[in-house]
Ligand binder design. Structure first.
Ligand code: 6PG
Length: 507
């Protein structure tokens, strides 16, 4: 059969690392793909990889050299997936598709890490020209190829049309154990199990939820890095020894993809120097922006997410390498040798500190989503969100099953910390968490993640915070008024502070 006679199920634009792997995953699931990339080598590379994996020409991915050809090769109404860099390239491709004759009921699905407000705008801008839909994707290269976690949102009609396709390429979870069903080979897609793809909600909500996923990812990674730093700097342990601790932790509550890959990174030996590669990697962390967006959104909404935000700051501080190197010769720290800590005890405490801090980071992320849902009028299903994060995505962990169960127990849970399972876990492990923060602080080892999580926990459980004094200060210099604990809620009061005999005035 010639290429001309075959009508494809889906068009794919952008065959970079994520796009190529999503396209191959779709092909494994029986979909025929019309592929276009401005760089034709990328399309050829995807086809070549498919041939190598499947043998001979599997006729699953068909190259296109223009947007017009791509539309001509598709069944109607057209369905096109984009995997192009977030921002202007998404708009550019949509405009090119409009010029090439795409129709109002043809669906264009953005799979990139777009800013959620851009997605909202695009749905409005392209209305009547094409049906703009989005599905955020987590899982990196391997997730895209063998099963990712997908966070689709937007037009419900579009969702009904593409749901079977998205569920097919999603990671799957064993519905009885809640554990991922692994598939790391081309072909033979996993057909059974619960797919890690669920309709998130109205316009922009999927990208918002993915943004918060990434904020939690930043926090989780930073907490693991702080645990590593305490062992490496405070206990002078070798990377391979720390890897063993992580492997051990990976058998219990802390079991997660991020702990697993951290152990692998720590074990890796640089072939050139024969030294642990981690000792050679420059300590300056990059970022593409999703963690920053989460922090900004949490500040705008007033949803406290200090552990997520401090993870963004930690990356920023890491980039000030030159300053830090200079400061290290000038600014004094404590004398670590005087601490005389027992190594096994410190490691045991560290495990609990990591676990408690992690609970707080997830509590912050889920509360942020809950407050955002109120603000933007989305109806989010938090058990459903936790479920699709159990496999495929970067923060996948056994822990997500406990979060799923917490929201199944109470769908209106205000904060994960208030769930009986999690409150019990924290009360059981908190003394070791406190000791870790105290000892690290005394050793001069920065633990912005652990300590911000602990301060969050202590603030959240405080019936009284010093914001009473703060309101007094505000009223003093700015007549900003205050409420009283002994009078009706909602009434505002002001004092002429410098004049002791003046009465308190009700505003
Ligand atoms: C995922 C990842 C993915 C990516 C981000 C984060 O869920 O698959 O979060 O989206 O790794 O781009 O990258 P930065 O650390 O560079 O911000």
């Amino acid at each position: 059969m010639s290429d001309q006679e075959i009508l494809c199920d889906v068009g794919f634009i952008g065959l970079g690392v994520m796009g190529k792997n999503l396209a191959l995953n779709l092909a494994d699931n029986g979909y025929k793909i019309a592929a276009f990339d401005l760089d034709t080598d990328k399309v050829n590379d995807a086809i070549k990889q498919d041939e190598v994996e499947r043998g001979e020409n599997p006729q699953r991915i068909f190259p296109c050299t223009s947007y017009t050809e791509l539309l001509a090769k598709l069944k109607s109404p057209h369905l096109i997936m984009l995997s192009v860099p977030a921002g202007k390239p998404v708009d550019d491709v949509c405009h090119k598709l409009i010029d090439a004759g795409i129709q109002a009921d043809d669906i264009v699905v953005d799979t990139g890490n777009s800013l959620w407000t851009d997605t909202v705008q695009r749905e409005k801008d392209f209305e009547g020209k094409l049906l703009f839909f989005s599905t955020a994707v987590s899982g990196g290269e391997v997730g895209a190829r063998f099963g990712a976690s997908l966070m689709p949102s937007g037009d419900r009609y579009a969702w009904t049309r593409i749901a079977p396709m998205l569920k097919a390429i999603a990671a799957k979870v064993d519905s009885t154990t809640g554990k991922p069903i692994e598939r790391f080979e081309p072909g033979n897609p996993v057909l059974e199990g619960e797919p890690c793809a669920t309709y998130i909600g109205g316009t922009g909500s999927g990208h918002y939820v993915k943004m918060v996923h990434n904020g939690i990812e930043y926090a989780d990674m930073q907490l693991i890095c702080e645990a590593y730093n305490i062992m490496r700097t405070g206990l002078d342990m070798q990377p391979s020894e720390i890897a063993k601790i992580f492997r051990d932790w990976n058998k219990g509550e802390l079991n997660s993809y991020l702990i697993e890959i951290s152990a692998e990174v720590l074990e890796h030996i640089d072939p050139e120097t024969q030294l642990p590669l981690v000792d050679i990697i420059l300590d300056q962390a990059g970022q593409k922006g999703t963690g920053l967006w989460t922090a900004v959104s949490s500040l705008q909404i007033g949803a406290p997410s200090p552990t997520i935000t401090s993870a963004v700051y930690a990356r920023a501080l890491s980039t000030l390498k030159e300053d830090r190197v200079k400061a290290s010769t000038i600014l004094a720290g404590p004398d670590i040798s005087a601490m005389n800590l027992d190594k096994d005890t410190v490691i045991r405490e560290l495990h609990d500190a990591l676990y408690c801090s992690k609970i707080c980071a997830y509590a912050q992320g889920f509360q942020l989503m809950s407050m955002a849902a109120k603000e933007y009028e989305w109806s989010l299903d938090f058990a459903g969100i936790a479920k699709i994060w159990r496999a495929g995505c970067i923060i996948r962990a056994v822990f997500l099953q406990s979060i799923t169960e917490a929201y199944q127990r109470d769908e209106d849970l205000t904060n994960l910390l208030m769930d009986p399972f999690f409150s019990e876990q924290i009360s059981k492990f908190q003394s070791n968490w406190r000791r870790t923060v105290a000892n690290s602080t005394m050793m001069g080892i920065p633990v912005g993640g652990f300590s911000s999580a602990l301060a969050y926990y202590d603030s959240y459980r405080s019936a009284v915070l010093p914001a009473n004094l703060l309101q007094g200060q505000r009223d003093f210099f700015g007549a900003h008024t205050f409420a009283r604990t002994d009078k009706a809620a909602g009434k505002k009061y002001h004092v002429e502070w410098s004049h002791k005999d003046r009465p308190i005035v009700k505003i």
